[in-house]
Write a protein that binds this ligand. Structure first.
Ligand code: AMP
Length: 402
């Protein structure tokens, strides 16, 4: 879809740092987890509160060598103090250095690359940026952030994701967009069709590199990087670093500036506990009682199949809770609406499958509830990392039965 950054944000601002939700069931077929056995003791852990320590930034947004328009847009978004990754990465990026950020979603990494990129695009009209993210949801969130930060700059963009109209994407690409944001598969499709020519792109961002590799996008990603201008500035972000990721990054960056965030593991600041249940109706009653608690303000409830997610969200609606559902069987439009309502706290409970919840960035989620067990411990860590964003303490509750 074509957008100029002059337009108002069509999604509306979501209240990211404050919410208050109030909400107001039934046995289901019994299900056994099909994945690996995980010792229930691993679901019990006290959050490490020291990680919420305050970081003292060395810069303020007004110090950065960026346009007044960009400073105004940061202020409009309510960004007063740079987050640690912004504080460290923005000055290096403004000098033209490649940047590697070992940081997860929730750290402010989007603005850490969007601010220097928008600054470059508005001062050098031969430049263009390509931003690759592993999921549609993340690509959309990045687009929204760029739109808000680039408001008034006149820059145009294209969002290349699966499940949305090819016609719109083809039209947007004809207008020579200066920022192209896409998922690896759809971006590669456009390259192969000849509708996206990468030679002019001299700024590239790879977001959530670890997840892209997990999802099997390594080949698509290297194909895309190989097509880009040799003379470019690169930004790579990853929550974790291993040999494969390090190799990929070192092949495609030159003398990079690296920022590593202490708390990027994601689950240290989450209180973890189990909820024991005996039978399906007890499980539903226990969930009901938890959701009624005052402190359970905004919650993702994980369940394991599309059908069960659908059933559970209907059950919660019948019980008077404000619940939405997100899973792979829903249309892209439906997923977007459910996520947007959740972000704006129009619904305060989102029932989700693992796959659909990947890449969801909603900073004010207070609780993650594992109504069904994750398939493995890695999935568990991914799930509970949805809570406790932006240095806050989150809670994870895992339902187990003897
Ligand atoms: P990200 O890690 O980029 O997905 O950002 C996480 C959340 O923090 C988003 O909701 C941003 O809008 C918000 N955010 C990013 N930078 C700042 C900042 N400097 N001050 C306040 N909020 C921020």
């Amino acid at each position: 879809m074509s957008y100029t950054f002059r337009s108002n944000n069509k999604f509306g601002a979501s209240k990211r740092f404050s919410t208050n939700g109030r909400r107001n069931n039934q046995s289901r077929g019994s299900r056994r987890p099909m994945g690996q056995y995980i010792d229930p003791a691993r679901f019990v852990k006290t959050a490490n509160l020291t990680l919420a320590e305050e970081y003292v930034p060395r810069h303020s947004f007004t110090d950065f060598a960026i346009s007044q328009g960009l400073k105004d847009n940061l202020a409009t978004k309510g960004y007063e103090i740079p987050s640690p990754i912004q504080d460290q990465a923005i000055p290096a990026a403004l000098k033209g250095q490649d940047v590697i950020g070992i940081a997860s979603t929730g750290t402010g990494k989007t603005a850490a690359f969007a601010v220097p990129i928008i600054q470059k695009l508005t001062t050098d009209n031969t430049s263009a940026a390509l931003i690759i993210a592993p999921t549609r949801e993340l690509a959309q969130q990045i687009e929204q952030e760029c739109r808000e930060l680039g408001k008034g700059s006149g820059l145009s963009g294209a969002l290349l994701i699966g499940g949305s109209s090819m016609g719109t994407q083809l039209r947007d690409l004809k207008y020579n967009p200066r920022i192209v944001i896409g998922t690896p598969g759809r971006t590669k499709d456009h390259i192969e069709r000849g509708t996206l020519k990468l030679q002019k792109f001299n700024l590239v961002v790879l977001d959530e590199v670890d997840r892209m590799l997990d999802m099997g996008f390594i080949h698509d990603v290297t194909t895309i990087l190989d097509e880009l201008s040799e003379n470019r500035q690169s930004f790579f972000f990853s929550a974790t670093m291993d040999v494969k990721i390090r190799n990929l990054i070192s092949r495609f960056t030159k003398d990079p500036f690296t920022v590593t965030l202490k708390s990027s593991g994601g689950s240290e600041n989450v209180h973890q506990n189990v909820v024991r249940y005996a039978g399906n109706s007890d499980r539903m009653e226990k969930l009901h009682n938890i959701l009624l608690k005052e402190e359970v303000e905004k919650v993702i409830v994980f369940d394991e199949t599309q059908r069960n997610v659908e059933r559970l969200s209907n059950e919660l609606l019948q019980r008077g809770f404000s619940a939405g559902a997100i899973h792979g069987g829903k249309t892209q439009g439906h997923r977007e609406r459910a996520l947007s309502r959740f972000k704006k706290s129009e619904v305060t409970i989102l029932v989700a499958t693992d796959v659909a919840a990947r890449g969801i960035d909603v900073v004010d989620i207070t609780h993650v509830i594992n109504f069904s067990l994750p398939k493995g411990y890695d999935d568990y860590i991914h799930r509970i990392g949805r809570a406790g964003r932006a240095g806050r303490i989150g809670h994870a509750l895992t339902f187990i039965t003897d």
